[in-house]
Design a binder for this molecule. Structure first.
Ligand SMILES: [Zn+2]
Length: 160
């Protein structure tokens, strides 16, 4: 599990977006398709990970730029968990995975790529996908185009 959330980290670190928060940028961007924002709740929003570990890899982030769970308001924390449960159902319907990973890295020491803005990773998993990743080493497997992922998931979120 230790290396699970890190394949895209170096891209974020070496990328030019480091100076601004990608979550706040997506939230304020005004172009949900471009920014891969699937859903906007009252306190949180859902967006695809641009560097997915598997097809469907998405993130739930609070609208507020906070770095700790304890900084979230009760209502926001509750909504995040409610959305996580919705995502589980949506994954089941759209991707029929064998399992689902949920993960959160609080702080850089814990492996957060963007430590300043809390986010919950959720990704569908299939039997054997981790073995495949081990074989290919550092090569990122992207079995599906992000636009296709967005097109598949967006209707399910629109129905929430
Ligand atoms: Zn932010």
């Amino acid at each position: 599990m230790e290396h699970l959330w890190t394949p895209w980290r170096s891209t974020y670190i070496t990328g030019k977006t480091l100076s601004e928060c990608i979550f706040c940028a997506a939230l304020e961007g005004g172009n949900d398709k471009r920014d891969l924002v699937l859903y906007r709740g009252s306190h949180n929003f859902v967006l695809l990970n641009r560097f997915p570990y598997t097809s469907g890899h998405l993130m739930i982030a609070p609208n507020r730029h906070v770095c700790r769970l304890s900084e979230m308001e009760e209502a926001a924390a509750n909504e995040m968990w409610r959305l996580a449960r919705c995502v589980e159902l949506i994954f089941t319907e759209v991707y029929r995975p064998d399992g689902v990973n949920l993960g959160m890295n609080l702080g850089e020491a814990a492996g957060a790529g963007i430590a300043a803005h809390l986010h919950l990773h959720i990704l569908p998993r299939w039997n054997g996908d981790a073995n495949f990743m081990t074989v290919v080493g550092n090569t990122r497997v992207m079995p599906e185009l992000l636009e296709d992922t967005f097109a598949k998931l967006q209707p399910a979120f629109a129905a929430l």
